[in-house]
Design a protein around this ligand. Structure first.
Ligand SMILES: [Zn+2]
Length: 397
């Protein structure tokens, strides 16, 4: 199933480009729904295009939910998101095959626009599903191509009528590739995800004065480019000062006028700060702000900070992670309790029900890349952990 799904949206580089509510997204959704129907699942589509497929339980109660997303970044890999959805389907296939009934229903979710490449914010479908953003507001989102999500969802036939809150899960467990190198380096089978890093995205605008690179003595310069370099250089010191899980990245710098013989008059740059502790993240933000204040004075430039995104760390449910640990022990799999460095739909679901995540190793820690790879054995291990976790959650008296 993973291989078949990966053919949809395949680009020249061998990667997959399947942006939210695009033609490729529609084709992938249609295929997954066809597979869901083969398993006799009842299909619901909600306002924002989330697909929720339900397998009945003995009791008509809140379902145990699993799922993920099938949209991708530009030229992404075949496992990110798709693995969680298709492993959920594989779990249901297995239950059907062995004619196993569960006390509670099981729901399999495919969330809209997790990657946030075409429309912002990312994890949009799960955020709307969890009541954190109104569907009407999310649907007004304008894409990087100028499209409006609402029109695109209608066009591909995925603006459904299930209302937000009509289907609340009793618990949510998401299986995902790690997208980092830790499990592979430590030689472990499974990651039991206890929490998810908080994120602070800032845009920094430095305004100095563009001037002649030959005639302007250093002491008379208001060099926004030099200041930007000092900020980037400071980030590793910032991480050492805060300690713990703190990481900081400058991923984007735009110089103006960006020519060889002019002192840069303006720089727009971004900073991404992450920490699994809210206290640590706040500390990092404070340190960065005071550094920028001092720098502005020293370099005689103006520094403006725009907060683009601020998400608090998410703590997953302790009982859920204990169940996953128990399942690993029973199956004889080695595991590590860990923090997720990436955002996932599960962090949104944690707002409305007990939630946890299961990770499997990513070869070389690579993802969002055509070379993303997880071995067949790891794929199977993760699916077995998901199967046993769902069995425990859905049978529970
Ligand atoms: Zn993902």
């Amino acid at each position: 199933m993973l291989q078949q799904l990966s053919l949809i949206g395949k680009d020249e580089r061998g990667g997959i480009t399947r942006l939210a509510a695009s033609d490729a997204d529609k084709e992938a959704r249609d295929l997954v729904i066809q597979w869901m129907k083969e398993e006799a699942l009842i299909i619901h589509i909600d306002r924002i295009g989330n697909i929720i497929a339900v397998r009945d339980g003995i009791e008509n109660s809140k379902p145990v939910m699993t799922g993920s997303h099938i949209d991708t970044v530009v030229s992404g890999g075949m496992y990110d998101g798709c693995y969680g959805v298709l492993a959920g389907l594989e779990v249901i296939k297995t239950l059907n095959e062995f004619n196993i009934k569960t006390r509670y229903p099981i729901a399999l979710a495919v969330f809209t626009n997790e990657e946030g490449i075409r429309y912002t914010p990312d994890m949009m479908g799960s955020l709307v599903f969890s009541g954190g953003l109104k569907a009407e507001k999310a649907m007004k989102s304008i894409g990087v191509d100028g499209s409006i999500l609402e029109n695109e969802l209608k066009r591909i036939g995925y603006m459904g009528d299930l209302q937000v809150g009509a289907l609340i899960p009793s618990s949510y467990v998401e299986l995902h590739i790690e997208q980092g190198p830790i499990l592979e380096i430590k030689g472990l089978n499974i990651g039991v995800v206890e929490n998810l890093q908080g994120i602070s995205w800032k845009e920094i605008i430095l305004t100095g004065e563009s001037n002649h690179a030959g005639t302007t003595p250093l002491i008379y310069r208001k060099d926004a480019g030099l200041a930007a370099a000092k900020i980037i250089n400071y980030l590793s010191d910032l991480c050492s000062s805060v300690g713990g899980s703190q990481v900081a990245t400058c991923g984007k710098v735009i110089f103006e006028p960006n020519v060889i013989n002019v002192v840069p008059g303006k720089v727009k740059m971004t900073i991404d700060l992450r920490n699994s502790s809210e206290e640590g993240l706040k500390h990092a933000e404070n340190l960065l702000h005071s550094f920028l204040e001092q720098l502005a004075e020293y370099e005689s430039i103006d520094i403006k900070i725009n907060q683009l995104v601020r998400l608090q760390p998410v703590q997953f449910d302790g009982t859920m992670t204990q169940i996953i640990e128990r399942v690993n022990n029973r199956l004889g799999l080695t595991y590590l309790k860990m923090t997720s460095g990436a955002g996932h739909d599960a962090q949104m679901l944690a707002r409305i029900c007990p939630t946890a995540m299961i990770f499997v190793p990513s070869k070389g820690g690579i993802s969002h890349n055509p070379n993303e790879y997880t071995s067949t054995q790891d794929i199977e291990n993760g699916a077995n952990v998901l199967l046993n976790t769902i069995l425990e959650l859905s049978n529970k008296i």
